[in-house]
Design a protein around this ligand. Structure first.
Ligand SMILES: O=C(O)COP(=O)(O)O
Length: 287
């Protein structure tokens, strides 16, 4: 019902702003067609029953929170080891120091567990024993977490309260599926004033979960909320968000350009939006 697989390639030949207009109209046309066909067949147009949101880069500005986090972590590791490692850590996780921007990579797409493994391996490659490497990494990551949680590094990318309220008025369930830990995810949703509007949250450090792009978490959310996978859509800013949606056979993979991924990185998106503020216009008949 939500599959709007219009060609991502259409975009490549046109300029950015023209591209954005063309792309959204191409998407709407295709989506309209799907709806028209559905109503010709006597079926009512159906809006998504569930929207699964990625958190960082989709609801919140990625860079505002995660650049200070990795900077604190690297600083603490350098203090513990006496080695200059920040450039190597940045490179291995996908932080571009020249632009001070997070690029696609583990920092943007991985869980804290995956990031910890990467940093530990890097410390071992630099002569630190395995046990010590893990201990230094874990302590540095935890201290850095505590540091950023005590500051207000939540920068919203759209009016989340308005969007979530609108979705609820349409009877749509809302879930958040993030690589981030539960503690900071809950705090972020609370700071955004939307914690009471979210039906389910799946986080990177939850038991019985699997990192994106595994379909596991998306399927788990659909089952728990009693929604058929084809009636759910996934909204995210990275390749793994799009791949999780396809792997779980969700109704649509919706890419947003407000985070890490550019249009090339998000080439598997069925629908590409500037930011989540355009979601209702794209997917709902009565806005
Ligand atoms: O915590 C991260 O690194 C990414 O989190 P996200 O899955 O919400 O984008």
């Amino acid at each position: 019902m939500f599959a709007t697989k219009t060609g991502a390639h259409l975009a490549s030949a046109i300029t950015k702003s023209a591209f954005q207009q063309r792309w959204s109209s191409a998407v709407s046309t295709s989506y309209r067609k799907t709806r028209e066909m559905a109503s010709l067949g006597g079926a009512e147009h159906e809006s998504p029953s569930l929207v699964i949101f990625d958190k960082d880069g989709t609801l919140l500005c990625f860079h505002t929170m995660w650049i200070p986090w990795i900077q604190h972590t690297a600083q603490s590791i350098e203090t513990s080891t006496g080695l200059v490692l920040f450039p190597k850590i940045a490179q291995s996780l996908g932080l571009c120091l020249a632009e001070n921007k997070v690029k696609p990579g583990l920092l943007a797409e991985g869980t804290t567990g995956q990031i910890a493994n990467e940093i530990s391996s890097l410390l071992m490659d630099n002569g630190i024993k395995s046990f010590e490497a893990r201990e230094i990494t874990n302590n540095s990551l935890t201290n850095s977490y505590d540091k950023i949680l005590s500051t207000d590094l939540v920068k919203e990318l759209a009016d989340t309260v308005a969007l979530f309220t609108r979705l609820k008025q349409h009877g749509t369930k809302i879930a958040v599926c993030t690589a981030d830990n539960r503690k900071s995810s809950l705090l972020a949703l609370k700071r955004m004033n939307v914690d009471h509007l979210v039906d389910m949250i799946v986080c990177g450090d939850d038991k019985n979960t699997a990192p994106k792009p595994s379909p596991h978490n998306a399927i788990k959310i659909c089952k728990h909320l009693g929604v058929d996978q084809s009636k759910a859509i996934m909204v995210g800013d990275t390749r793994v968000d799009m791949e999780m949606a396809h792997n779980a056979e969700l109704g649509a993979a919706v890419g947003v350009l407000s985070g890490i991924g550019c249009k090339d990185h998000l080439h598997r998106a069925d629908v590409l939006l500037e930011h989540i503020g355009h979601l209702v216009n794209t997917f709902y008949e009565n806005r």
